[in-house]
Write a protein that binds this ligand. Structure first.
Ligand SMILES: *[C@@H]1O[C@H](CO)[C@@H](O)[C@H](O)[C@H]1NC(C)=O
Ligand SMILES: *[C@@H]1O[C@H](CO)[C@@H](O)[C@H](O)[C@H]1NC(C)=O
Ligand SMILES: *[C@@H]1O[C@H](CO)[C@@H](O)[C@H](O)[C@H]1NC(C)=O
Ligand SMILES: *[C@@H]1O[C@H](CO)[C@@H](O)[C@H](O)[C@H]1NC(C)=O
Ligand SMILES: *[C@@H]1O[C@H](CO)[C@@H](O)[C@H](O)[C@H]1NC(C)=O
Ligand SMILES: *[C@@H]1O[C@H](CO)[C@@H](O)[C@H](O)[C@H]1NC(C)=O
Ligand SMILES: *[C@@H]1O[C@H](CO)[C@@H](O)[C@H](O)[C@H]1NC(C)=O
Length: 464
């Protein structure tokens, strides 16, 4: 739909929308009184509520401006406290589930039975909060801004997670998305840092100001047009970016940086990532919009390699890794500074027990998700990286973390695992794989839902 027709439609729809809101308000009020549906349009039932004075009015259209204003104000307070009540109740229930698995009811058991529960930090709390999220969580997506910088993002590159999340939330009719901001538990700022870098960045300038200015302008516009930002100073708002510079861009507005929930691939503690407030999301590289065929329906050959890595010398960690291991033992532990054209990257992953995932210039690496798809145990070599969904997943149940200082001992460490231990970790990978899958449209427990769930937990302000 082009911009103009979209706006014209809005003008036609606005009065209808306002009327609907008013009617919904009146119907909603009726819930509190023993009055049959139709009568709720009448003043008798309304007059019983001492908080509202409608005595001079007969029909909605005849209401004075000030009483209409009162109603709106009243509705706002009512729905606001309703959102608060919903959050408080969900918080209580999850905390209860988290401290006492016995309170977990049958439907939660059914969910849990289909999963391996030892891959979760607290499975009872997770399935409970997930179920509550599906039932109640509502997100309002701001309409301000134009593609390509807003409402749009990359879908065919290393930053795919960004474009897919924005697109999936934008396309949603109902479900988690609400058009009524007063019902929302969270507000989404649908801008794409990757697109900003593409269109606003002067190559090689290393100047972050153009996209910081864009973010600053965007927040200023939504804070001046709507009351929601100022109501909480951005605490119930969230952004999402997979780009390395997502954290830099969020500095464009200090409240966004300090208060809002930032969902980032670049979840580096040393760059201001705050695990209790921010959300770490996985980096997924879809070169042509799909997972590579070899990983989507892999044929698993026998695993003949202990560990595998191929990639450029980006950043100090990889430099150390390659310095120690490049080309040292290609038949047992192949480590390459880039793989030559005639060798297939994914078949190495499928034939290795461990896949080395050292950080590059930034902490996240699409290797982690590719390793999970190939059921190759990820070996995380990083510093200050908050792993994706580590708020609910026990990464030690399906991966291995090796300190940068232990790079020289890598082979020794990996050779120390027994066949049973390796198989147990691989079972863990099979169990968590679904949480790292992108579906179109999204499916229960997939990446899209896990991201929303992490945002939901931040809004409840509980850690499980
Ligand atoms: C409002 O009340 C009047 C009686 O005073 C009744 O005739 C009318 O049907 C009611 N309107 C609605 C919408 O219920
Ligand atoms: C609505 O209020 C008006 C003014 O107070 C009153 O005359 C009318 O009877 C009321 N309608 C009903 C259905 O009670
Ligand atoms: C209606 O009420 C609002 C808020 O009180 C006020 O700003 C506005 O000027 C009023 N409009 C009219 C036409 O009275
Ligand atoms: C069990 O929990 C689910 C998820 O919160 C809820 O929808 C369902 O109504 C509950 N069932 C019972 C019997 O309490
Ligand atoms: C929110 O606060 C900003 C800065 O203090 C102000 O410019 C803006 O008008 C406020 N927004 C609303 C809707 O009042
Ligand atoms: C938002 O921030 C301003 C300035 O720091 C402060 O005065 C105000 O009380 C804050 N509002 C809320 C709702 O926290
Ligand atoms: C994390 O951030 C710090 C500070 O900017 C940086 O020095 C470090 O290289 C980053 N870590 C990785 C693995 O990129």
């Amino acid at each position: 739909m082009d911009h103009c027709s979209c706006n014209a439609l809005k003008w036609i729809l606005t009065p209808i929308f306002l009327l609907l809101v008013l009617m919904m308000f009146l119907l909603h009020l009726g819930e509190d009184f023993p009055v049959p549906g139709l009568l709720t349009m009448n003043n008798t039932s309304l007059a019983k509520d001492p908080g509202i004075s409608l005595r001079q009015t007969h029909k909605p259209s005849q209401r004075s401006n000030s009483s209409l204003h009162n109603i709106k104000q009243r509705k706002r307070e009512k729905t606001k406290s309703r959102v608060q009540r919903e959050l408080e109740k969900a918080r209580m229930v999850i905390q209860e589930a988290s401290s006492n698995a016995i309170s977990v009811n049958e439907s939660i058991w059914l969910d849990a039975k289909e999963h391996r529960i030892d891959i979760y930090r607290n499975w009872a709390a997770f399935f409970r909060s997930y179920a509550d999220m599906e039932k109640q969580f509502r997100v309002y997506v701001y309409e301000e801004g134009e593609p390509p910088l807003v409402h749009h993002g990359p879908c065919k590159d290393i930053y795919t997670t960004e474009g897919r999340f924005i697109a999936e939330l934008e396309q949603m009719q109902g479900g988690f998305r609400t058009r009524d901001p007063h019902r929302a538990h969270a507000f989404f700022l649908p801008f794409s840092v990757t697109e900003m870098v593409r269109f606003l960045y002067q190559p090689l300038s290393y100047d972050h100001q153009p996209f910081q200015r864009f973010v600053a302008d965007y927040v200023r516009v939504i804070a001046s047009k709507h009351p929601f930002w100022n109501n909480t100073n951005g605490t119930d708002h969230f952004m999402l970016s997979c780009h390395d510079w997502g954290p830099h861009a969020s500095r464009g507005n200090s409240q966004l940086y300090e208060n809002s929930i930032r969902s980032l691939c670049n979840a580096n503690i040393s760059e201001g990532f705050h695990p209790y407030k921010d959300v770490s999301i996985p980096e997924i590289n879809l070169k042509d919009g799909e997972m590579p065929r070899q990983l989507l329906s892999p044929a698993f050959p026998s695993r003949t390699f202990l560990a595998f890595f191929a990639g450029g010398i980006h950043g100090p960690i990889r430099q150390q890794l390659l310095q120690h291991w490049e080309g040292r033992d290609l038949t047992h532990m192949p480590v390459y500074n880039y793989l030559s054209e005639d060798l297939d990257y994914y078949s190495f992953m499928l034939r290795s027990h461990f896949c080395l995932c050292p950080s590059g210039y930034e902490v996240a690496s699409p290797r982690i998700v590719e390793a999970i798809y190939s059921e190759c145990i990820p070996v995380i070599i990083s510093q200050g990286y908050v792993l994706p969904f580590s708020d609910v997943l026990r990464w030690e149940a399906f991966s291995l973390s090796v300190a940068v200082e232990d790079i020289p001992k890598l082979r020794e460490v990996l050779e120390g695992f027994t066949a049973e231990e390796l198989e147990k970790l691989r079972e863990g990978i099979r169990a968590i794989k679904q949480h790292f899958v992108l579906n179109n449209p999204p499916k229960k427990f997939d990446v899209f839902h896990m991201i929303l769930h992490s945002v939901w937990l931040r809004r409840l302000n509980v850690s499980i």
